[in-house]
Design a protein around this ligand. Sequence first.
Ligand SMILES: [Mn+2]
Length: 326
Amino acid sequence: MFSEFLKEIKKYTKVGVISHIRPDGDCIGSQIALCRWLELNGINCRAFNDDPVPENLRLIESENGLAVETPTVADLAECDLIVLVDGNATHRFGLFDKWFKEQNEKVPLYMMDHHPDPDDIFDLMVSVPEASSTCELVYKLFAEDDPEMIDSGIAKALYTGIITDTGSLQFDSVTPETVEITADLLRRGDFKPNEVIEILYSNRSLAQLKLLSRALETIQLFANNQIALICVTGEMLKETGTGFDDCDGFVSYPLEISGVQAAVFMKDHGEDGIRMSLRSRSDIDVNRWARVFGGGGHKKAAGAWHQGQLEKAIEDVIEEGSKQLS
Ligand SMILES: [Mn+2]
């Protein structure tokens, strides 16, 4: 899978590795692990993201002696190769997207990702939509090159990414191979699964749980109880002293209702519109669903914006999703 990548990347000496805006465990894990691989191969690299690394993922940076930096245009211009990880369309990459589009002489651009339908602007891509996570792909890069390079920092970074992108190995994307990879990472990293789970998930505040309680009250069922909806409004945030960043994982609750095939989580951003997260545990393809509204993602998890008011967004989105049920 990586023969061309392994051959070509050694031609470069200053590589910028960029992960997508609003970073998650898979994008930080794959970014840091890929940077470690580059370093171990004697290639200079820097890790960039417009947004700060979430608190519970900082350990990935410190255990690998690397920090994700906020890039400037000058930083980007210094790179002789850019690699995008965990995203296949430049609009998910903030400042890089804007800068790249303005360049006449474009820097070579690689990509490593597991979302469907990549842009066709890449000079080289490792695009595997069936993969559970980008971290699974970076693991395979190490495995193909030299698995003995995987030390405890790299193992934990990759393990964290696989765990976050698979809902702790629960999603449809998980294969026997995914589980074998996680077992290999646990052995090489010499850590226990619960160490990572503790850091990732046992860090909710009381205010976040109060917000969750308010959100759960909004759950409604549509389309013969096969589509569930949950909402968070600005008012609820104000009442509980929280922000939209405190809603992580809320979409999974309506999905647990018996008989529900897909769930929609709507965050009402007022004048900016409605931010929607779509999840499926059936044949409903939420990537196709989200694309109708200018968004996208995976078959089982996707997102989009609706520019209207909440009631209108609900009406439009449920109508569109119902089409896949008949
Ligand atoms: Mn991912």
